[in-house]
Write a protein that binds this ligand. Structure first.
Ligand code: CMP
Length: 149
């Protein structure tokens, strides 16, 4: 089933010069980028993004970190995009993430883990509108789309 998924390249991706590497992996997998922007999150936006983690001990640190430097927000579209992206990025803790995944290849941290991706359709609906209006999501056909699915 064709799904949409939100991916956030976190401050560590931008500050470590890994933007191209990670976007390239997303493209090469066969996911279609249908929205993308760089922005510096406000504390309020970061709090909203991580509302589900409000009760966790690391919440304040996470919110401050996410608003400390720019992030890049991306919406992709593809067959089963949510699980495909979650597999592509790997487990939360970079130390435990499998080699070959983004976190497994580039992170040794539970917090500076380079990427965020919505963990369900409901989370996508809630999180995507923090970053994008409907007008900023572009529907188009890739010339090679028929070769992807
Ligand atoms: P993410 O996939 O964006 O979802 C929640 C984020 O909380 C997670 O990635 C990490 O960046 C952060 N996180 C999860 N567990 C911890 C932890 N134990 N300590 C610090 N940050 C954490």
């Amino acid at each position: 089933m064709i799904e949409r998924e939100l991916i956030i390249l976190k401050p560590d991706t931008i500050c470590r010069g890994l933007i191209g590497e990670i976007i390239s992996r997303i493209e090469r997998k066969g996911l279609k980028i249908i929205a993308m922007k760089m922005l510096k999150l406000t504390i309020e936006q970061a709090k909203k993004l991580y509302e589900a983690h409000k009760s966790k001990a690391f919440y304040d640190e996470l919110v401050n970190y996410m608003s400390s430097a720019p992030v890049i927000a991306i919406i992709v579209e593809g067959d089963d995009a949510i699980s495909v992206v979650r597999n592509l990025i790997g487990l939360t803790d970079g130390k435990k993430a499998s080699p070959g995944s983004i976190r497994g290849d580039f992170s040794v941290s539970n917090s500076k883990n380079l990427v965020h991706a919505s963990d369900s359709k409901e989370a996508f609906e809630k999180e995507a509108c923090i970053f994008f209006s409907n007008e900023e999501i572009i529907e188009y056909k890739l010339p090679y789309e028929d070769f992807l699915n």
